[in-house]
Design a protein around this ligand. Structure first.
Ligand code: OAD
Length: 246
């Protein structure tokens, strides 16, 4: 796979690389994306039925079970070469910020040290009333979702649902990275949900080179914007090897 030599040079000389990832990065680990036809998660389920506070009020059991199913899927999945390349990139560049919309924790399992999780993490559970993280709960009775051991409210996955605010500190850190990086990679995200739609623009306005890598774009080089239609599990390792041949 040919990668624009100008983009490779930008990467080689970058002081601060920021990367935003979406569901596409985990697609090659067997985790369905949200909006891709056929395989997209929302093709089977309506998002409002499953990932909103209203859905949880109406049918907490259904929502809990759906997330339990996804948690299981994530547990069985393993990081793919795209995740691993991003973990390596962190070790190659002077400053690196990884921002993810994914809740699957695969970046951490691949070795990325501190991804900014904009949408939470499916592996964590919180009390739906108090918002506190709960590590242990009683699943011995038949009632689902389980109850908070402290206050008795339902437990819920620690993810951001439709209509909920993104964690403020995470958002501020993502914004800061977009404004201060010299290379911004948007990988495996359709950019249909904020702030994924805006962050690359923020980076470009601040003077960064931006590369958008997913299966929706046509490959094109219009520096400082590059668009690359390629699977991240192939493209990211190729980009790394182009910048730092072994
Ligand atoms: P989407 O499903 O909207 O987009 C997936 C993107 O990944 C598309 O642009 C695909 O072309 C691309 N893609 C698929 N396979 C790929 C591969 N192997 N390599 C590279 N790209 C690939 O997922 P997101 O943009 O992550 O929010 O969705 C953003 C948010 O919308 C999610 O975090 C979720 C959803 O509502 C919440 O749950 C709060």
């Amino acid at each position: 796979m040919e990668i624009e030599s100008r983009l490779v040079e930008v990467l080689q000389h970058a002081r601060h690389v920021a990367v935003l990832t979406g569901a596409g990065v985990s697609a090659e680990s067997g985790i369905p994306t949200f909006r891709d036809a056929q395989t997209g998660l929302w093709a089977q389920f309506s998002p409002e039925e499953l990932a909103s506070p209203g859905a949880f009020r109406r049918n907490p059991r259904l929502v809990w079970e759906w997330y339990a199913w996804r948690r299981e899927l994530v547990t069985q999945a393993t990081p793919n070469p795209g995740h691993l390349a991003l973990a390596e990139l962190e070790r190659r560049v002077p400053r690196f910020t990884l921002i993810t919309q994914n809740v699957d924790g695969l970046h951490q399992r691949a070795g990325s040290s501190a991804p900014i999780e904009l949408h939470g993490n499916i592996g964590r559970v919180t009390c739906s009333e108090e918002g506190t993280v709960v590590d242990r709960w009683d699943t011995s009775d038949e009632e689902l979702p389980p109850r908070c051991p402290r206050c008795g409210a339902y437990l819920r996955p620690d993810v951001v649902w439709f209509g909920e605010q993104l964690p403020e500190a995470a958002l501020a850190a993502a914004w800061d990275a977009a404004q201060s990086c010299d290379l911004f990679l948007s990988v495996g995200t359709s950019g249909q949900v904020e702030p994924a739609a805006t962050l690359p623009r923020v980076a470009m306005q601040a003077g960064a080179t931006v590369a958008v890598i997913n299966l929706d774009v046509t490959t094109a080089a219009r520096p400082p914007l590059y668009t690359i239609n390629a699977p991240s599990g192939v493209l990211l390792p190729t980009l790394l090897r182009a910048a730092w041949p072994v």
